[in-house]
Write a protein that binds this ligand. Structure first.
Ligand code: SF4
Ligand code: SF4
Length: 181
């Protein structure tokens, strides 16, 4: 039987670590853009991008918030870059129970980069626009995926969040965030 497929638009931000100077403008504008009301405050704790800093090497690595995961990893990755070993969770994009990063400070709900899609007038995400060092480059491409794959991704993500936080909290927070639009 022929599987139904559809085109999925994949939006990515290519990160050039060599160009990042650690100014943290990306964190500031992301948190400000997502504040309620929009631009009313800025707090990097609410940003969906965080800049990991290695003082010894003067290295900065921007990391975007990805999917929420309900369980801590049983096995973890260690990174050694130019002889410096990084914490196991340093470059992970997930919001998970192991750490506080990528969680909304008030509610504890997971934060995820949404590519700033709540403002359809933007030609590029805010962090890309504010990165004057050109360390962040916005890219868009199309991929063929099956209908089943598409539905599965959405359902798994929602179920994991509901299991951890409950539907009531998710709906209340969604309503609060929607007030800004
Ligand atoms: S705005 Fe650009 S240069 Fe500044 S910290 Fe973010 S990624 Fe790095
Ligand atoms: S694309 Fe938008 S939501 Fe994602 S990190 Fe950048 S400013 Fe934040």
């Amino acid at each position: 039987m022929k599987r139904e497929t559809k085109k999925k638009v994949i939006k990515t931000i290519r990160i050039d670590v060599d160009k990042c100077n650690g100014c943290r403008a990306c964190e500031v504008i992301c948190s400000s853009f997502h504040a309620t009301p929009r631009y009313s405050s800025n707090n990097p704790e609410r940003a969906r991008i965080r800049v990991i800093h290695s003082p010894l090497r003067d290295l900065y690595v921007p990391v975007y918030a990805g999917e929420y995961v309900a369980a801590e990893c049983a096995g973890r990755d260690k990174y050694v870059i130019d002889g410096k070993e990084y914490d196991e969770c340093s470059f992970c994009r997930a919001s998970c129970p192991s750490r506080e990063v990528f969680k909304e400070p008030d509610s504890g709900l997971p934060l995820k980069c949404d590519m700033c899609e709540s403002d359809p007038t933007l030609t590029e995400p805010m962090c890309v626009q504010w990165c004057l060092a050109d360390a962040l480059v916005y890219e868009v491409r199309e991929e063929e995926i099956s209908e089943d794959e598409n539905r599965g991704e959405i359902e798994i993500g929602l179920e994991a969040m509901a299991h951890k936080h409950g539907w009531q909290k998710i709906l209340e927070t969604a309503a609060r965030l929607a007030e800004q639009d």
